[in-house]
Write a protein that binds this ligand. Structure first.
Ligand code: ADP
Ligand code: MG
Length: 396
């Protein structure tokens, strides 16, 4: 795999070969890992993500006319190939769901034409984030474009405005009824910090998070099972949550606290919806407790919360897959303090809180278990909470 710097060099060269000019600017937007708080963001709930260093880069030069041209590089585009860009006139952009990746750039451009973007742009996109691995490659793509175009045209939108716009693009143009977790984590991430976000009012604060200071590692396990959120049951889960709200006559599940969960469950007749409701309500409480644990450096209790979160996603919300369950089970058997799937589920990644000395043994045990069951081997990394989206001043 090319190094970060080499890849940006390749992307710049590809931009020049494709469009005959240098990019005016490069914007980087990271993927994210969600420590805990899953499927709560579209229920006005609590989440605790961090931005990772793997990012999507958008290279851009404004045009004088209304044409938008864009192409996306494959990670291993060496030697540099001249891509044939997709082209669209800004007037031809429409607010409709599209089944290809162009939903993201076209959606962002459509919305920005209503915020003062008057001319088109030439764009090359290059991403280091694996697609469909639960690390939010989609929001990173849309955030790099959204932030880049806003800054390029001085449109004056705040990061929260951009995050809301990216959510709208995911919902309306890509057809995924997701919440604001992914774009807000990508746009507000901070080095060595978690973003403790309340999606009821989109307020957030930073929680310093450095497990290595306690001789722990947060291990990321990519199961290599790729999800496709828009065609999966993600939309069904969101619909089920709306049904529960109707049953309970509330505007969001945030109105149900742990204290009144039992009486709320009595009002829901469907056993499936009861379980969905229980997940969301207990998950919100787990996020609050996780923050307390981190602030008190109580990683043993934090690990227990992660594992409880996984069990709830597996049994009540039913968004896990056997590969993720296996990674979690093996991690815990091998002495991890806790583990859970992360991201929307139906494939993707898991995280485990590992005592430092046992990282190698844990990785080996998970790989062996996968091999034994005939699963494709997982990939491992140690993600570090990183800075959110920025302009890459050093490249242009
Ligand atoms: P993830 O968990 O990775 O966000 P999603 O299913 O939400 O998974 O989003 C993946 C989609 O995002 C891809 O199918 C594609 O449409 C788009 N995407 C992400 N990164 C890129 C990229 N580098 N180039 C083109 N499209 C991308
Ligand atoms: Mg996504």
């Amino acid at each position: 795999m090319p190094t970060h710097a080499t890849s940006i060099g390749v992307a710049i060269q590809s931009f020049e070969n494709t469009y005959g000019v240098r990019p005016s600017g490069i914007w980087r937007a990271p993927g994210r890992v969600n420590l805990i708080g899953e499927h709560t963001d579209y229920n006005c709930g609590l989440v605790l993500p961090f931005a990772i260093s793997e990012s999507c880069f958008a290279l851009m030069t404004p045009r004088n006319d209304q044409l938008m041209r864009i192409c996306s590089l494959k990670e291993t585009t060496i030697p540099v190939t001249i891509e044939s860009p997709h082209e669209i006139h800004l007037d031809a952009l429409e607010p409709k769901t599209m089944s290809t990746w162009l939903a993201y750039p076209y959606g962002i451009a459509y919305l920005l034409t209503h915020h003062g973007m008057k001319t088109g742009c030439d764009i090359v996109v290059y991403s280091q984030i694996p697609i469909g691995s639960g690390l939010s490659s989609s929001a990173a793509l849309a955030c790099s474009l959204g932030l880049g175009l806003c800054e390029l045209y001085s449109l004056g939108l705040s990061r929260l405005d951009i995050a809301q716009m990216v959510r709208q693009v995911e919902n309306t143009f890509a057809g995924v009824p997701s919440g604001i977790l992914d774009p807000l984590a990508s746009l507000t991430g901070k080095l060595d910090n978690l973003v403790y976000l309340d999606t009821l009012d989109n307020s957030y604060r930073y929680i310093p998070f450095n497990p290595t200071s306690c001789d722990l590692e947060l291990l990321l396990i990519d199961s290599n099972v790729r999800h496709r959120l828009s065609t999966s049951q993600y939309a069904q889960r969101s619909q089920e949550c709306l049904e529960i709200c109707e049953n309970l006559s509330v505007t969001s599940l945030r109105e149900v606290s742990l204290d009144n969960l039992e009486s709320a469950l009595e009002l829901i007749s469907s056993p499936v919806l009861k379980r969905r409701c229980r997940h969301v309500v207990t998950e919100n409480r787990r996020v609050e407790l996780a923050v307390e644990c981190i602030e008190n450096q109580d990683f043993v209790q934090l690990g227990a919360l992660l594992t409880q979160g996984h069990e709830s996603l597996r049994d009540d919300f039913e968004v896990s897959v056997p590969e993720l369950d296996m990674a979690v089970e093996v991690a815990i058997t091998r002495g991890c303090l806790g583990a859970r799937m992360t991201g929307g589920g139906f494939g993707g990644s898991a995280i485990a809180l590992v005592p430092k000395g046992s990282s190698e043994a844990v990785r080996k045990a998970i790989s062996e278990a996968y091999d034994k069951h005939g699963y494709a081997l997982p990939d491992f990394s140690i993600p570090r909470p990183s800075q959110g989206a920025t302009r890459q001043e050093d490249y242009c």
